[in-house]
Design a binder for this molecule. Structure first.
Ligand SMILES: *Cc1c(COP(=O)(O)O)cnc(C)c1O
Length: 324
């Protein structure tokens, strides 16, 4: 773990840092481990969640570049778009996003999430322009976002493009900083377990704890194990931001894809059970797409003896999706 000073990048203050970190006493006793939780659900910004940290630097960069509008894409129930919309409101910028209910091919057994409540309701309040598209692949969604950005530019706006989930090197930078924040909150952990999808959360933490005895485990909400190669690319770009010459490969990332269930954005029975367990033992709410599945994985891996000791569960937020 390195506490080496990080560069000062353009930043807007959105979240209340440090977020709280505390022990989970009843679950620790039940599981026979020393279990802690990092409360990024309690950022004090736009109903919480891990995207607030990233947006401090993404929107800081957008302002530095003189942006008037921000364009991104994601699932209709995106927590990122909600937090981005709130940041744009605070800065007086337009916010537009191309969305799909499910940006992947749906398995026949899957049910569809209703899409007009939860985050979508908050997006409307914030004035976010949601451009809805029929379900398709991520690549198709990225293309719609690019077309949307080009249309905004033709309207004469200076547009800042943000990749899905805010996973640019600046998003990862925010979680590299978060790794230092945790290290200052207490003794080191054996394991840090976090929900993982677009990857900048896991990438920043992995880079931050590299070379220490803390293992960072991402519990994926997507079924593709090869995402680690994209995380490595992100880490290499982060290295050029921080001036760290180390070369990263997919093998540097611990990504577990065993608890995705039917697919991204589709609730799983194990995830639902994990959400109830956290609520009924510690009074804390998790979300169906990320943190619930991540916690389901944590519970299972602890019961198999694959994770133990002093463990930190990173609560990445997502609560509004409970009301979708
Ligand atoms: C976006 C999100 C994640 C995944 O974070 P990434 O940095 O995209 O990997 C996890 N949990 C919640 C609640 C999220 O909204």
């Amino acid at each position: 773990m390195s506490l080496a000073p990080l560069p000062n990048l353009p930043r807007v203050e959105l979240v209340l840092l440090p977020t709280p970190m505390h022990r989970l006493p009843r679950l620790s006793e039940q599981l026979g481990i020393d279990l802690w939780i990092k409360r990024d659900d309690l950022t004090g910004f736009a109903m919480g969640g891990n995207k607030g940290r990233k947006l401090e630097f993404l929107l800081g960069d957008a302002i530095a570049q003189g942006a008037q509008a921000v364009v991104t894409c994601g699932a209709t129930q995106s927590n990122f778009i909600r937090q981005l919309g709130a940041g744009c409101s605070m800065l007086g910028m337009q916010c537009a996003a191309a969305v799909m209910d499910l940006p992947h091919t749906v398995k026949p057994t899957s049910t569809r999430l209703p899409s007009d409540n939860g985050n979508v309701r908050l997006d409307r309040m914030l004035g976010v322009e949601l451009e809805a598209h029929p379900n398709g692949d991520w690549e198709v969604l990225y293309e719609f976002a690019e077309q949307l950005a080009v249309r905004k530019e033709r309207e004469g706006l200076r547009v800042y493009r943000i990749p899905v989930g805010g996973s640019s090197p600046l998003g990862a930078f925010a979680f590299l900083r978060a790794s230092q924040e945790v290290s200052q909150q207490g003794p080191p952990f054996d394991w840090i377990v976090t929900g993982s999808s677009s990857g900048s959360t896991q990438t920043g933490l992995t880079v931050g704890f590299a070379g220490s005895n803390t293992k960072v485990l991402g519990m994926s909400s997507d079924p593709e194990p090869e995402l680690v190669d994209e995380f490595a690319d992100l880490a290499n770009l982060l290295g050029s931001v921080t001036g760290n010459p180390r070369v990263w490969t997919g093998a540097d990332f611990l990504l577990n894809v065993d608890y995705v269930g039917d697919g991204y954005c589709l609730p799983s029975p194990a995830g639902a059970a994990a959400i109830e367990r956290m609520a009924r033992t510690e009074g804390i709410f998790l979300d169906p797409t990320y943190s619930g599945k991540a916690f389901a994985g944590l519970l299972d891996l602890v019961s198999r003896g694959e994770i133990g000791g002093r463990v930190l569960f990173w609560h990445t937020g997502g609560i509004p999706a409970l009301f979708a």
